[in-house]
Design a protein around this ligand. Sequence first.
Ligand code: SF4
Length: 341
Amino acid sequence: MDKKDIKNFTLEELKEEFKKISEPSYRAKQIFSWIYKKGAEDFNAMNNIPKLFMDKLAESYYIGAVKPLKQLESIDGTEKILFELDDGILIETVLICSNKRKTACISTQAGCKYACVFCASGMNGFKRDLSVSEILSQALFLEHRLKHDITNFVFMGMGEPFDNYENVSRTIKIMNSPEAMAVAARRITVSTSGIIPGIEKFKELGLQVNLSISLHAANNELRDRLMSVNKIYPLEKLIKACEDYMNNGGRMLTLEYIVFKDINDSQKDINDLSKIAKRLKAKVNLIPYSEVCSVNFKSSLKKDVKDFEDGLLKKGINVTIRESKGKDIMAACGQLAGNPA
Ligand code: SF4
C-alpha cells in the first residue's frame, strides 16, 4: 500500500483517518501540534506518542517535505529559496522583510498556464499543481528550519492560486486552524490574476482572508495583450465578480498594478484605473516593474511611478507604492522562474 502524506489532511480528515485505525480523535490534534507548531519532520521526534501508534503511523503515512537546493539573500535582506519536490520539479519561495513585517511569498503551482507576458513564472509553461503538503512545507521551512517569525503569508509566488483552488483553500484552512499554525485570516492574502470561479468560491471559504487582484491594465485591449487570462475572464466580468464578492461580505480588495514604462502609465490609464478602483472601493497597490530577461518591457522611473500615484491620489483613490524587493536575486514580483541557475 502506498503511504499517504499526512500533511495533505485537514484536522477533520485526519480524525476520520485515525478512526479507521481505531485511534482516538485527540491523536490527530497531537500530530497537528507536532507538525505545525513544533515543526516535527519525523514521527520519531513525537515523544508523547506511544510507540505502537508511532509504528502504525509510519506504516501508512509519511511527513512530506520540500528539499532546499539553494538559498539566496538580497542586499535588501530578501531571501529566496529554490526547492526541489519529490518528482524533481523546482519551485521558489521568497521571504520579504520590511520594518516589523516578515512576509512569506508562497508558490501554489510549478509554472503557470497563463503566461502573462511580463512574468517569468509562466515562461517555461505549466508543470503541475502543488499539493497541500508542498504549499504548507514552504511556510514551515521558513518558520521552523530558518527560524523566521513570519507575520504575513501571501499566495503570490509561482502559479495562479485559484487555478489550484482546492489545495489552496485547504492549505489556508490548515494555516488558520488553532491546532495547526493559528495564522489569523487577515494576515493571509491570496492574489489572483482574475479567475472568476475562484473569486466566487472564495466567498464560501468563510474566512476574512485578503484578496488581491493582479490587474496591471485597466482596459481590455491592453489587458488582453499583457495577460492571456483576460481573454477568458474579461474586465467587465471580472469587475462584476469582484463587486459581488464585496457585496457578500468580502474584505476590502487590493488592485495590484505593475507600472510598465510607456505601456500602462498614461493619463488615460489613470482615468480607467481610478474608475475601476472607485467602483470596487478598492485600494491600489502600484508596483514598479522589475525587469525579467527576455522580456522587452522597461521599468518606469521612480518619478514616473510617483506621478502615476499622484494622478490617482488626485482622483481620490487610496493608493500606495509597493517597494520592489529582492531584484538582485530575481525574487521580485514576476521574477520567480524556478530555475536552478
Ligand atoms: S502573473 Fe501570475 S498568472 Fe500571470 S504568469 Fe505570473 S504567476 Fe501566472
